[in-house]
Design a protein around this ligand. Structure first.
Ligand code: PSU
Ligand code: MN
Length: 328
């Protein structure tokens, strides 16, 4: 079945008519993305849970559009991935972005949710794990996001470990993120990534592993890559070795946006405590905490979030461009 889906995607990409994929497969590949893939031009995958569950409207929509514009300005093609009425879209039109940004019913779609959402004809924002699966089937090796999920605090008891981590262990996609939020247990997250065989590198000049809102987490990355070329070389080795595991490229938040660190740290502490006292569990934990931190910081965390996503989009696009040159 999986093999057949990949074959469908390949046919969608290579076929000159999009009718075939629209009618017969689960995927709709945007014409711009399809052309870029067929011409071996750089494409950057983007997730959509950040739109449906990570940020409030209308900042979710404006941020999604800004990120796409940054990718284009860097010479790559953006492919925002999401699910609309049971169809998986690789590349969304402006109207489709708007639909997901305003939807009150879109689900948060990780690996385990994909079969249900598709079989019921529902809509959803794909998480890092959901987006990785689709990007891989579409042949897009570079994916940019803000932050990935991880081992939650107290995860050693609750076993609340994001499916993003196991996906990184089994799908060969390079995920460009600003590291792991301190709403999570960063040390255990890095341990788990090691167990899963995920190659983790900080992008920049220091081994310090970034904690989303701050440039340091107190933990180090095993590796550092200092340029788009070096990052592209790392991705290329993963692919040529035929490893099934992914890479995590952690880009520290730009200096100017990291200033509100302590304020945000305090809000995170309060929000984590509140989530557990209110009995919030499972898929609702991350969106609950993100929303509470935004409220408690009066929008400052959201501004920092947007700043780092813009930066990740720039870095990720440069990496995708370097990788595509390498393959020529
Ligand atoms: N972290 C953020 N913003 C987000 C997410 C994480 O700062 O929007 C989203 C991503 O889509 C990620 C998902 O894949 O939350 C992880 O959810 P969970 O912790 O339930 O696995
Ligand atoms: Mn979870």
């Amino acid at each position: 079945m999986l093999w057949r889906l990949s074959a469908f995607i390949r046919r969608c990409i290579t076929s000159s008519s999009s009718r075939h994929c629209k009618k017969d497969s689960l995927f709709t590949i945007h014409p711009n993305v399809k052309e870029a893939l067929a011409d071996h031009r750089p494409v950057v995958a983007l997730e959509s849970t950040i739109i449906t569950h990570g940020m409030p409207y209308p900042l979710n929509l404006s941020t999604a559009k800004e990120v796409e514009a940054i990718v284009r300005a860097e010479g790559a093609i953006p492919a925002t991935i999401g699910i609309i009425e049971g169809r998986i879209h690789v590349g969304l039109s402006s109207d489709e972005l708007d639909f997901l940004a305003q939807s009150k019913t879109a689900l948060k779609v990780s690996r385990r949710d994909l079969p249900y959402v598709i079989s019921k004809g529902l809509s959803g924002g794909t998480t890092v794990s959901g987006t990785m699966i689709v990007a891989h089937k579409a042949g897009i090796p570079v994916f940019v996001t803000g932050g990935i999920g991880g081992v939650h605090r107290d995860g050693e008891n609750s076993l609340d470990v994001s499916a993003d981590l196991t996906e990184l262990g089994r799908t060969p996609i390079a995920v460009v993120s600003a590291g792991v939020k301190s709403i999570l247990d960063i040390g255990r997250t890095l341990e788990f990534l090691e167990t899963q065989g995920v190659c983790v590198a900080t992008y920049g000049d220091s081994k310090s592993f970034p904690a989303f809102f701050s440039r340091q987490s107190g933990f180090t990355s095993p590796y550092v890559v200092s340029s788009p070329q070096e990052a592209a070389d790392l991705i290329a080795s993963t692919l040529s070795l035929g490893l099934k595991s992914g890479l995590l490229l952690a880009v520290p938040i730009p200096e100017g946006h990291a200033a509100t660190g302590q304020l945000i740290e305090d809000a995170i502490q309060a929000a984590v405590t509140e989530a557990s006292s209110k009995g919030v569990t499972g898929r609702d934990v991350t969106p609950f905490i993100l929303q509470r931190v935004n409220e408690l910081t009066k929008g400052k965390s959201l501004q920092a979030n947007i700043g780092l996503i813009h930066n990740n989009a720039k870095v990720g696009s440069r990496i995708a461009c370097a990788l595509s040159k390498r393959k020529e």
